[in-house]
Design a protein around this ligand. Sequence first.
Ligand SMILES: Cc1ncc(COP(=O)(O)O)c(C=O)c1O
Ligand SMILES: Nc1c(O)cccc1C(=O)C[C@H](N)C(=O)O
Length: 395
Amino acid sequence: MTTAEIAAKLDAHDPLAPARDRFLLPAGTVYLDGNSLGALPAKVARTVGHTITKQWGEDLITSWFRGGWLRLPLTVGDRIGRLLGAGPGQTVVGDTTSVQLFNALIAAARLRPGRRVLLMDAGGFPTDRYLAASAARLLGLELREAPMDRFAEAVRAAGDQLAVATASAVDFRTGELWDLAGLTRATHDAGGVVVWDLSHATGAVPLALDRDGIDFAVGCSYKFLSGGPGAPAYGYVARRHHDRLDHPLTGWHGHADPFAMEPSYRPADGIARYRSGTPHILSLVALDAALDAFCDVEPEQIRAKSLSLSAFFIDCVDEHLAGRGFDVVTPREPQRRGSQVTLRHKDAEELMATLIERGFIGDVRPPNLLRFGLNALYVSHADVLATVRELHALT
Ligand SMILES: Cc1ncc(COP(=O)(O)O)c(C=O)c1O
Ligand SMILES: Nc1c(O)cccc1C(=O)C[C@H](N)C(=O)O
């Protein structure tokens, strides 16, 4: 079969194909950058419009209490929790991933007083590295870094000095998926606490935070979840830590009784104490509406489609781009792949600029990586083949 026939067959048998209509994608565009900014879900504008005109415009401040605004960080958190393999009452939505990560690192370290080492993933996203360095300085911890393929070794080397280990589940450059369960176990064996950044995994890879015993996790909601530009991030804290959870940002929304306006901080019970200030309602409403696109979809279905797309992408590269200067950077073993394919090429910048001009949107990361995000809800095998053909035409 030709790659065109294979694409047609895979798309014809794709149970998630109808989900594409839940998104507004511009005609003539192949969108492979949903790992950076997810496409616009069709329901979002209408829902946010209603919140603005009715809830804000007419119901005014009563919307905080009667309109459900106050609880949105928790209700939306539980909806994301379903995609994380997290039972209700452990996920809160708000602030940015950077802020969530900072909170998680500090709160995690406070669970291990007397231990000296904060271990971070050497190839992590820059914001994670910058924040881990600052958290270490603030807490007087020794910052160590290790590449992910030697992370477990570094955890063992830190031994009983390990306070916190933090890493990304999926490498933002290569799309490699790491062993969350195994690395969490290794961290626990050393007596440490783990903080995962799940930004490139959420909505893309099945996760089992409760089952895998993960302590803390954070993630973006504007990537595979399509919550919109600057959509609020989430923070997960395993229930077993809630009673001892010492949140660094003791804002009034995490207080046991915010509207009592007490002079001193008294943390709320459960995950509610992991809130801080006033939630970003319009962004939360947009994210809530975006999550409807996932309501009848199981993470395993997303995974099956995503792996089919990435395997087909790699096959098309092998078939159509051989000898044209491309290397497949993303692992070929399916269990080691997230939901993107990364290619190395010396002219990555120029190639991507031309691809985008022609309606094929991916992105580049220095020095020479072309990244293509594969959102199982709206990307087809035909999109993948068309993109590879365009790269063929350009090289
Ligand atoms: C792994 C990872 N963490 C964090 C972020 C971003 O954090 P923030 O939303 O605070 O900019 C990104 C992407 O921007 C990311 O890829
Ligand atoms: N967060 C972003 C932003 O504020 C502007 C442009 C892109 C982004 C991204 O999400 C980048 C993304 N995290 C990455 O993996 O490179």
